[in-house]
Design a protein around this ligand. Structure first.
Ligand code: NOJ
Length: 546
């Protein structure tokens, strides 16, 4: 019997729309749904199968929308529910599915539930984690947990009680042992599924359930200020009770046709723990982040790719490939400096090695090559907006424009994630480069003065641009790389990784000198110019073997 055709999401290219910085339709300097709608033809031409939109719900923006005050509405700066419905219809009209971001670990402190808790309405505090403090007068936090953004994970109210927030103080953690919390979120899923949304990326999917009694964490796993929360044994993360929640969510999704899907953002200790989220009655896929934490070294790439494929296969899920997102340093900049021997940790990659000047041209070559590797692999690929333009991280933002709560919560030591969230350049004009409907708009984060050359308009004209490389790669990907999930590594020289899928090969050279390509092969696509039959350093190529 022939193998069943994979579902769309098993092989999809998903484009991440960071809505605040994608396109601004009303000229207030903040991206919005109207702007996104006008740019859908761009996304269709790019060749993506789906968009994942970062949170677009009403929010006081304590954490760029990951602090939701109403899960059934749209942030006024982004538009209305009517705009959202029109976007979903338009996107479907051009063959693009729509995935939303759901934020179930915490609400905003302006959510009506938390306001009721602050007012100490009967029972309202039970929906969150309120506790008395420790020590004389209860002046010490209830346990030793640290916020991911820095500082204690607890804030004290004027009445002396403390509430838990694993992220910013404006993001109080929900108590998922409370039946109303469970019922409410299943209802929210239904609300959006009924409006045609194709699925959800689940924010902090591994954080919802906390160990009973909220015990202290071992000091050895309690490291503050890390978005890489792979802290095995920490009582706040990856608790077994979380899986029952997802079984409930899956039952909701399975009531719909066409298929509705879930993608977990779960930073857990290894692929074996991750696989537990992907059991057949739980979530469909999960981000595997080791690919984006891999330094530019052929051997490391190969190990990470093998591990991701094996882990996904063990639960029958497709592997997922992420090179960047709104939480990490842009790919070009990660690859623009010397590369470590180990997986890149957040502290390292957020420019703490920044006494080394970045070589952005080198970073761009490598990022283009990495994209060809990413698109040649089996499974789902995620493209963060601006990767197709090879934008670099903006590392020199003035301190007074920074918005990421990480900056203040780390005591002004960690610049945070604003540098990868700069509004996109669309035209070759001056700032705001066509990002906003008005040319005098002041963008919510300033754009650099040299981005005209990286704009969509400039890159459309240049056949060798990264945008055109992405377009060609995505146009070729479905037919070229459709053969199954197995990859076969080829025996090649050190510094090079090469694999075959079906009749096609992908070669990438992370070394310092050129490498001869097999004589009988035809080059289908190369990330940089080849010199004869030689694959130069920092270049990838797709070959048809004969
Ligand atoms: C993960 C999101 O990607 C990040 O941007 C956010 O700050 C945290 N979750 C908290 O919601």
């Amino acid at each position: 019997m022939p193998a069943a055709e994979p579902s769309w999401w098993e092989t999809a290219v998903v484009y991440q729309v960071y809505i605040r910085s994608f396109a601004d339709g009303d000229g207030d300097g903040i991206g919005d749904i109207a702007g996104l709608r006008t740019r859908l033809p761009y996304l269709a031409e790019l060749g993506v199968d789906a968009i994942w939109i970062n949170p677009w719900y009403p929010s006081p923006m304590a954490d760029a929308g990951y602090d939701v005050s109403d899960y059934r509405d749209i942030e006024p700066a982004y538009g209305t529910l009517g705009d959202a419905q029109a976007l979903i219809a338009d996107a479907h009209g051009v063959g693009i599915r729509v995935l939303l971001d759901i934020v179930p670990n915490h609400t905003s402190d302006q959510h009506m539930w938390f306001r009721a808790a602050l007012a100490d309405e009967p029972g309202a505090r039970l929906r969150y984690h309120f506790r008395p403090g420790r020590g004389p007068g209860g002046a010490e936090p209830p346990n030793n947990w640290q916020s991911v953004f820095g500082g204690p994970a607890w804030t004290r109210l004027a009445d002396g009680s403390w509430y838990l927030h694993l992220f910013a103080p404006g993001q109080p953690d929900l108590n998922w042992a409370h039946p109303e919390v469970r019922a409410e979120f299943e209802n929210i899923l239904t609300f959006w599924f009924d409006r045609g949304v194709d699925g959800f990326r689940i924010d902090v999917a591994h954080g919802l359930v906390k160990q009973d009694g909220l015990p202290d964490a071992d000091e050895s796993v309690e490291t503050a200020q890390s978005l890489v929360q792979d802290r095995a044994g920490h009582p706040a993360w990856d608790q077994d009770g979380v899986h029952d929640i997802y079984r409930g969510w899956r039952a909701v999704a399975d009531r719909y046709t066409p298929e509705r899907i879930f993608i977990a953002e779960a930073w857990v200790d290894g692929n074996e723990r991750l696989a537990r989220y992907l059991r057949s009655d739980e979530l469909h896929t999960a981000f595997q982040f080791d690919f984006l934490r891999t330094p530019w070294r052929a051997r490391a790439l190969r190990e990470v790719i093998d591990d991701a494929i094996a882990a996904a296969a063990s639960v029958g899920a497709p592997p997922t490939w992420v090179l960047s997102n709104h939480d990490v340093t842009r790919t070009v900049t990660r690859f623009a400096r010397s590369q470590p021997h180990h997986l890149i940790e957040t502290d390292w990659e957020r420019g703490r090695w920044a006494d080394e000047d970045p070589d952005h041209e080198l970073g761009r070559r490598r990022a283009r090559a990495a994209a060809l590797v990413q698109f040649a692999l089996p499974g789902t690929a995620y493209v963060y907006q601006g990767e197709e333009l090879a934008l670099e991280e903006i590392e020199d933002l003035p301190d007074d424009v920074r918005q990421d709560p990480t900056w203040a919560q780390s005591g002004f030591t960690d610049v945070g994630r604003d540098g990868c969230r700069i509004p996109l350049p669309w035209t070759e004009t001056d700032v705001p480069y066509g990002f906003a409907a008005r040319s005098d708009a002041v963008t919510w984060l300033p754009q650099p003065t040299h981005w005209a050359q990286h704009s969509v308009q400039a890159q459309e004209r240049d056949p060798r641009s990264t945008l055109n490389l992405y377009r060609r790669a995505l146009a070729l990907r479905p037919s070229l790389w459709r053969d199954g999930s197995a990859i076969r590594w080829l025996d090649v020289t050190d510094g090079v990784a090469a694999f075959q899928r079906g009749g096609v090969q992908c070669w990438v050279n992370t070394g310092h000198s050129g490498v001869p390509l097999p004589p009988a092969a035809t080059v289908v696509l190369a990330s940089s110019d080849l010199t004869g039959d030689v694959l130069p350093p920092d270049t990838a190529v797709w070959l048809r073997s004969q």
